[in-house]
Design a protein. Structure first.
Length: 282
C-alpha cells in the first residue's frame, strides 16, 4: 500500500466520522427541539392564562414593530403618486401663479403647484415662456387632466392622442395621455414644434388648435395670449383680478355716443321734397 493510498483512506475515514457525528448532533438537536415544543404546548394547554398573556405580548410587539415602517412607507408612496408640492418649496413667482390659477379654475393647490413647477422646468428646456405653457393648459382644459374634446383631444394640453401616439411610447403608451405630467410634456413638445414651424407664437397657437389652414382660429390665440399676459403680471407680483368685467360691444358703444335726432324744420321739409322729386330730362 502506497503512501498516497493510505492518505486517501484516512481522509475517507475522517469524512465518514464527521458526517456520522454531524448526523447524530442534528438528530439529537431536533429531538431536543421537538421535546421543548411539546413541553411548551402541554404547558400552554394546561395554563390558559399563560397562553393569553403570550398572545397579548406577541401582538403588542408586532404592532410596535409594524406601525413606524408602514406609516412612513405609505406616506412616501402616496406623495409620489399624487405628485404634490409643498408651497414652501416653490419660488415666489411660481407660488403666486399657482395660487392665482388655483382660485380662478377651482383646482386643488397641491397638485397644481406640481404642474406649475413642471411648466417652469419645461420652459427652461424648450425656451418657451412657462406662463405661455400654463395659459395653453388653462384655455384647453381648465386644468382637468381627464378632459376630452369632441374630436378626440385628451388631457391637460388636449393633445390629439391618435395623432401623437408615438410621443407617448416613452411614457408607457397612449393611456399616459391621462397622466398629467406625461400629457404636459407631450403637449409642450407639440406646441414647440408648432411655434417653430409657424415662426411666431400666434401662428404656432393657430396650428396647435388645428386652424392653420383656416382664415381665423375663432379667437383661440387671442384667448391664450390674454391669459398669458395676466400670468406674467401675476408672476411679477402684480394684483390681477381673476375675472375681467365684460366690455360692451362697439356697436352699442357707438350708438350711445350718437347725436340725438332732431325734428325737421319747414325749410328742411321743402328741401327733402325737392330732392325726392324725379328729375326732368331736357
Amino acid at each position: 500500500m502506497t503512501a498516497q493510498t493510505k492518505i486517501t483512506q484516512g481522509l475517507r475515514f475522517f469524512a465518514s466520522n464527521m458526517a456520522q457525528g454531524f448526523f447524530e448532533i442534528t438528530h439529537n438537536s431536533f429531538a431536543l427541539l421537538g421535546l421543548a415544543v411539546m413541553f411548551v404546548v402541554i404547558t400552554l394547554t394546561a395554563r390558559p392564562e399563560l397562553r393569553q398573556l403570550g398572545e397579548v405580548q406577541l401582538f403588542s410587539w408586532l404592532q410596535t414593530r409594524q406601525a413606524p415602517i408602514s406609516e412612513a412607507t405609505l406616506e412616501n408612496d402616496a406623495a409620489e403618486r399624487m405628485n404634490v408640492i409643498d408651497p414652501a418649496h416653490l419660488p415666489q413667482p411660481q407660488a403666486a401663479v399657482a395660487s392665482w390659477l388655483s382660485k380662478k379654475y377651482r383646482v386643488a393647490p397641491e397638485p397644481l403647484r406640481a404642474l406649475v413647477a413642471e411648466a417652469y422646468e419645461l420652459g427652461l428646456q424648450t425656451r418657451l415662456d412657462p406662463t405661455l405653457i400654463l395659459a395653453v393648459m388653462a384655455i384647453e382644459s381648465g386644468f382637468n387632466p381627464f378632459a376630452q374634446s369632441s374630436v378626440g383631444a385628451q388631457g391637460l394640453m388636449q393633445v390629439m392622442t391618435q395623432v401623437h401616439s408615438d410621443k407617448y411610447q416613452s411614457f408607457g403608451g397612449r393611456f399616459a395621455a391621462f397622466d398629467p405630467l406625461a400629457n404636459l410634456r407631450v403637449g409642450v413638445k407639440v406646441l414647440q414644434d408648432c411655434i417653430r414651424a409657424a415662426g411666431s407664437i400666434e401662428g404656432g397657437l393657430k396650428s396647435y388648435v388645428g386652424a392653420s389652414n383656416n382664415e381665423d382660429d375663432s379667437g383661440y390665440a387671442a384667448k391664450v395670449m390674454a391669459e398669458h399676459a395676466k400670468l406674467q403680471l401675476v408672476a411679477q407680483g402684480r394684483k390681477v383680478p381673476l375675472f375681467t368685467a365684460p366690455v360692451n360691444p362697439p356697436a352699442t358703444a357707438a350708438a350711445s355716443k350718437a347725436s340725438p335726432v332732431l325734428p325737421l324744420t319747414p325749410a328742411d321739409k321743402v328741401a327733402t321734397l325737392a330732392l325726392n322729386e324725379p328729375r326732368q330730362l331736357n
